[in-house]
Write a protein that binds this ligand. Structure first.
Ligand SMILES: C[S@@+](CC[C@H](N)C(=O)[O-])C[C@H]1O[C@@H](n2cnc3c(N)ncnc32)[C@H](O)[C@@H]1O
Ligand code: SF4
Length: 440
């Protein structure tokens, strides 16, 4: 197996080891800031639960009577952050499948925009998004729609348990109808499903070229507590196959017509204004997540919300932020490494921005990392930026895949903490200290 895969796994493991204890929640009042944060809004309802999915999602028909209360709670949570002094400059609505509950969502987005001015607004949908949802999102200024397609191949859709969203040709037709409705239409694919046939992925990428889809995101299948049974039934995840599919199918097929805006997101070169991507963590150093199970990173600490609907509703009803898990303040060195990881996953790190944030030049503060990146031939330098080359793109894909796998473990801890807090067993917030946390 790829040596760099082991290095990526080891590095992320080192940083994300854990020690946990219950503590009083820390204050969320932000330190004084002169910049806007990013807002993530989680809407956890789906028509069906896909067996590979790693997100916090609930079947809508079992929870339809809770949708109105959920949006009312989201409004209260948003206002708590406003009162604490936050300002949000852009928002992303993820899930789940937010487009399923478009009426309530459009009303919520209208409310949110009475309080904050979003320069970018992105919403997730499945391929069965209705015309009514499209119209209501356009009316509230959504500029990027992200649709989960996964594959246009009927065999792969069956393998992924996605038959209920239509056949490959029906999904393709719907995607073509949606093109042009929003400033950006993003389509998600999954690759490296156990025994993924390269020819199937190749055909998917060729359809992307033929249909001139604005933007695509190609996620490597990631393991999580929720999909462990599914993955083992399908076979085994092979990282050699992942490397092959990425380097020999995705990159060469897309290279001429698409620019990589992150290691796994590609935008058409003839639409240069489409640089928004799913991983908002790349562009915003500081973000707040509202809704069940969502995560925030601001003022040097990570916080996770109540995972379950009843606990989330109860905590909001008691007038407090629904936090169940938090880290201590991250030391500056860890924060810098996080910044480096996200910037280079997003293909470039700006020397000027680094110095603005950390108060000293990148090459002085992170000389060891800089040396390592150059020695391994993962980056090049030009015009005040460090850029990843194609070798570096794959290394940062592996690092992000490992990072998200750990984030999923972190979410599992939030789930356990939520169950404990729902009962009598615990008080406060479960506090997590990263292993290897080092001061600068
Ligand atoms: C939250 S879903 C939103 C889209 C919508 N719910 C749908 O599935 O059509 C975002 C994307 O995450 C990706 N995803 C979900 N589980 C994954 C996993 N275990 N590994 C990699 N990607 C995953 C899928 O590509 C999915 O489209
Ligand atoms: S992949 Fe999308 S539709 Fe499927 S369960 Fe996950 S969030 Fe829901």
């Amino acid at each position: 197996m790829n040596l760099l895969h082991h290095v990526a796994r080891y590095a992320v493991n080192q940083k994300m080891g854990k020690s946990l204890k219950w503590e009083e929640p820390s204050s969320v009042a932000p330190k004084k800031r002169d910049y806007k944060s990013f807002l993530y809004i989680h809407v956890p309802f789906c028509a069906h639960i896909c067996p590979f999915c790693m997100f916090n999602a609930h079947k809508l028909d079992r929870h339809s009577n809770q949708v109105a209360d959920y949006f009312a709670a989201l409004k209260k949570e948003l206002l708590m952050y406003k009162e604490a002094g936050f300002d949000f400059g852009a928002a992303y609505v993820g899930g789940g499948t937010p487009a399923l509950v478009h009426e309530e969502l459009a009303e919520f987005l209208d409310f949110a925009q009475q309080h904050f001015e979003f320069s970018e607004l992105s919403v997730e949908a499945n391929p069965r998004i209705s015309d009514a949802a499209v119209q209501s999102f356009k009316a509230v200024g959504v500029d990027r729609l992200s649709v989960g397609v996964q594959s246009f191949d009927d065999g792969m859709l069956k393998k992924l348990g996605r038959e209920s969203y239509g056949s490959g040709s029906e999904i393709r037709k719907r995607i073509n109808e949606l093109l042009g409705e929003f400033r950006i239409l993003n389509v998600d694919f999954i690759f490296n499903v156990p025994n993924h046939d390269p020819a199937v992925l190749q055909r998917d990428m060729e359809i992307v070229l033929q249909d001139k889809i604005d933007q695509i995101t190609t996620y490597p299948l990631m393991e999580a507590r929720q999909n462990r049974g599914y993955v083992s039934k399908q076979g085994r995840i092979s990282y050699d196959l992942e490397a092959y599919l990425y380097k020999k199918v995705i990159l060469p097929t897309l290279r001429d017509e698409y620019a990589a805006v992150s290691s796994w997101c590609f935008s058409r070169k003839d639409k240069p204004d489409i640089d928004m991507l799913d991983e908002y963590v790349v562009d915003y150093f500081d973000y707040v997540g509202i809704g069940t199970g969502s995560m925030s990173l601001h003022d040097s600490r990570v916080q996770v919300n109540a995972y379950t609907l009843p606990l989330y509703q109860r905590m909001i009803g008691e007038g407090r932020l629904p936090l169940v898990l938090q880290t201590h303040e991250l030391p500056q060195r860890d924060y810098m490494q996080y910044y480096l990881m996200m910037a280079l996953f997003g293909r470039r790190l700006s020397f000027r921005q680094f110095e603005q944030i950390f108060g000293a030049p990148f090459k002085r503060k992170m000389w060891l990392e800089w040396f390592g990146l150059k020695a391994l031939n993962l980056v090049y330098e030009s015009d005040g930026f460090v850029h990843t080359n194609e070798r570096g793109m794959y290394v940062f894909l592996m690092i992000l895949r490992e990072f998200f796998t750990h984030v999923n473990r972190f979410r599992s801890m939030a789930r356990l903490a939520s169950h404990k807090l729902e009962g009598e067993g615990a008080r406060g917030v479960l506090t997590f200290e990263a292993a290897g946390a080092s001061s600068d």
